[in-house]
Design a protein around this ligand. Structure first.
Ligand code: MN3
Length: 241
């Protein structure tokens, strides 16, 4: 990145962090159904949380939320920007010796940015249930909401090591599908658009739930924002129509 671009993106990033206290900005996390994860220059940006850090208490404690959002999600955004800059520099200098390493890093960091951005909006402190097209498709693809809940819970609880349980819309088969993702980027299906993601990395639960990932996943079902999941499905259908 040259100095002019660096200054420009630095200005945009600080503008974004100044705006992070604005509710209007916080509610405006998507554009035409796509999460806004980059600024106008293509640099990755950490959007504000859509609520206060204590909003999901007692199921998700404020300290975990603070550390998770600031350092794990925030760290992934910083990492993705670094990876991208190094790849661009390698291209500029025509020196591709280590570019495979940075390409892998970018996949890891950017996938973390995508999943965490979705995760925050997937949670709320007002209990609700699937409705509309989401409800119809859950019944069609899984038989019932209870059967889907059992499937996504078992999938999330049993991730080997760090990863995610994911419900996604798969446009190639026009169906909902459940994925068990390792790290942030492994075991996906190409094309799948995540609509509900469950973070089962230890950083997501260890302070409050210690080694009891099962308890954490069960507790999360009290704070899943199925209205957001339904909205995400509608957006995915619109985007891929
Ligand atoms: Mn996480």
């Amino acid at each position: 990145m040259n100095r002019a671009n660096f200054l420009k993106s630095g200005t945009l990033l600080s503008a974004a962090s100044l705006l992070s206290t604005s509710n209007a900005f916080a509610q405006n996390l998507t554009n035409n159904g796509i999460d806004k994860l980059v600024d106008a220059d293509g640099n990755y940006v950490l959007q504000p949380l859509p609520y206060n850090e204590n909003f999901l208490e007692p199921y998700m404690d404020a300290e975990t939320m603070h550390l998770h959002y600031t350092f794990h999600h925030g760290g992934a955004v910083k990492g993705a920007n670094k990876d991208l800059q190094i790849i661009k520099k390698a291209l500029d200098e025509n020196n591709l010796e280590t570019v495979d390493y940075w390409t892998k890093k970018l996949s890891f960091h950017f996938s973390s940015h995508v999943l965490h951005s979705i995760f925050w909006t997937n949670l709320t402190n007002k209990k609700n249930e699937p409705s509309g097209e989401l409800q119809k498709r859950i019944e069609k693809n899984f038989g019932s909401f209870d059967r889907l809940k059992a499937l996504i819970a078992a999938t999330s609880k049993n991730v080997d090591g760090n990863g995610w349980g994911i419900i996604a819309y798969q446009p190639y088969s026009d169906s909902l599908t459940v994925l068990q993702c390792e790290n942030h980027e492994k075991l996906t299906q190409w094309g799948a658009i995540p609509i509900l993601v469950i973070d089962v990395w230890e950083h997501a639960y260890y302070l409050k739930y210690k080694n009891k990932r099962t308890d954490f996943v069960d507790a999360l079902f009290n704070i899943i924002n199925w209205d957001n999941v339904a909205q995400r499905l509608n957006d995915a259908l619109k985007i891929t129509k």
